[in-house]
Ligand binder design. Structure first.
Ligand SMILES: N[C@@H](CCC(=O)N[C@@H](CS)C(=O)NCC(=O)O)C(=O)O
Length: 205
């Protein structure tokens, strides 16, 4: 089987993929990239990800970047873990919506609030519209059912769960009761606990 290698810095957005890999249960290697030493800007890493960012995942001869794309790829590539919704199932549309909603709406909404623009952008020009709408839509989506598409835990929970966990940790989004309840459910997952423990070890080394 082709080897999986995660280019990783702990903690960072590559921790999203570390969690996903732990959920998969497939063997993987870690290639550490020190952001503080600027290794992400060194030519050998720019050859892997010209954006100079982590995460990147090597699977055999293929390199995938962008945390949500990596999670989607892994879920489809290793269907035994049941972290995807297969093509042909109606629920796949909802699953893909939430996978894309993380990086295209939640992240930019949070970051624009943390680093405001000098001139306010027109709501219609922003892909996410406005911060409050994104939060309201998200709160409704994670209320009730255990996971974002219902009873099944998927890669979309890794993506949305991660942005909510980090967002609340760094006080970038409100601690709404729906977010707290959802991320507490996710915190029960043994794979997340393993990923966190391994990252803590790395961060302390
Ligand atoms: N759009 C990328 C963002 C990745 C990203 O911003 N990674 C940060 C770490 S959290 C990074 O590598 N920063 C180093 C830098 O830009 O110098 C994704 O979702 O994977």
């Amino acid at each position: 089987m082709a080897k999986l290698t995660l280019y990783h810095a702990a903690p960072s957005r590559s921790s999203i993929v570390r969690w996903m890999l732990e959920e998969l249960g497939e063997p993987y290697d870690i290639h550490l990239v020190s952001l503080s030493k600027g290794e992400n800007r060194a030519p050998d890493y720019l050859a892997v990800n010209p954006m100079g960012k982590v995460p990147a995942l090597r699977h055999g001869d293929v390199v995938i970047t962008e945390a949500a794309a990596i999670c989607a790829y892994l879920a489809d590539e290793f269907p035994r873990a049941k972290l995807n919704v297969r093509i042909g199932e109606m629920r796949r549309g909802v699953y893909l919506k939430w996978l894309f909603f993380g990086p295209s709406c939640v992240e930019p909404a949070i970051m624009d609030r943390a680093f405001p623009r000098k001139e306010e952008a027109r709501r219609a020009a922003l892909g996410y519209g406005d911060f409050d709408t994104v939060m309201n839509v998200l709160a409704k989506a994670v209320a009730g059912a255990p996971y974002i598409i219902g009873e099944q835990f998927t890669a979309a929970d890794v993506v949305i769960g991660s942005v909510l966990r980090y967002g609340m940790m760094f006080k970038l989004l409100p601690e709404r009761s729906e977010f707290v309840a959802y991320t507490s459910r996710l915190a029960q997952r043994p794979a997340l606990a393993r990923a966190e423990a391994k990252d803590k070890e790395l961060a302390a080394a």
